[in-house]
Design a protein around this ligand. Structure first.
Ligand code: UDP
Length: 245
């Protein structure tokens, strides 16, 4: 059962999450919705159970990362769809990490999906729905005042450290981490520390079965492959099973 959040002040409703003012000043309440969207909101559907499973996967991964020295916004789980998080000022930048070519990278450079890259790629895109989240480089980011150069160095370093932790974690569960998107924010309190925010889930990663290559992520929704929630549940179960081994 999801807790009734009517008495919390609604701050923002996005495509897949809702943010409320938390019970304490520097806390927010983040609820994962069942809505699935792709292609900048053009494709949209309700997938019952998606919020719950993404919340569970994201908590699992954030807790793992915290245990391994990555600071995150996660405070505690409130209910199956909802978590308490630290209030942050989010950088308006998506940090994309790629181990293999896929999606927009394959399209842009004409490379077959699945091609292993010579090095891990870290890309930034400008979080702006009306512009379609365009790719943006360091000098463009600083020119627009979106972040300082030292922040970008720090985001890149953290993104690579997260990739180093998550690749073997997924592989232990028979899953290849092809690419993923991260968001970071600066804690509003007490010291402006940079924290990993938002979520890491099959909505924000490409996850392929190591032996069959089956897609276990949002591409099932984007490309109408069916069995979206079943694939997300499979990812969660494999992560849990992987922890036991
Ligand atoms: N991604 C995301 N949100 C975005 C854009 C990308 O979570 O707004 C994730 C996407 O699921 C994939 C990775 O970032 O795991 C790289 O996405 P890509 O640039 O290939 O974009 P796509 O073609 O999938 O939109």
């Amino acid at each position: 059962m999801s807790a009734d959040l009517n008495h919390y002040k609604l701050l923002y409703e996005g495509k897949s999450k809702i943010l409320y003012q938390g019970p304490e000043e520097n806390h927010l309440v983040m609820r994962f919705k069942d809505t699935a969207t792709a292609y900048n909101g053009e494709k949209k559907e309700e997938l019952p159970g998606k919020g719950r499973i993404n919340r569970a996967i994201s908590d699992f991964l954030f807790s793992y990362l915290e245990e391994h020295g990555i600071a995150t916004h996660l405070i505690e789980v409130m209910d199956e769809n909802t978590v308490h998080v630290k209030n942050t000022v989010i950088f308006p930048i998506e940090v994309i990490v790629r181990n293999r070519a896929a999606g927009s990278f394959s399209k842009r450079y004409g490379i077959a999906e699945g091609e292993v890259l010579h090095n891990t790629v870290v890309e930034f895109s400008y979080k702006n729905d009306s512009l379609g989240d365009p790719l943006i480089n360091d000098s463009q980011i600083t020119a627009l005042g979106l972040a300082e150069i030292q922040d970008l160095d720090s985001l890149r370093e953290r993104a690579l450290a997260i990739n180093k932790l998550l690749c073997p974690l997924f592989l232990r569960s028979g899953i290849i981490l092809v690419d993923f998107k991260l968001e970071f924010g600066r804690a509003a309190f007490p010291n402006g520390e940079i924290l990993l925010c938002d979520e890491i889930s099959p909505d924000s990663c490409r996850l392929w079965d190591v032996s069959t290559g089956a897609k276990l992520d949002k591409d099932r929704f984007r490309r109408d492959l069916g069995h979206v929630i079943e694939a997300y549940r499979d990812v969660y179960q494999r992560l849990i099973d992987g922890k036991k081994t």
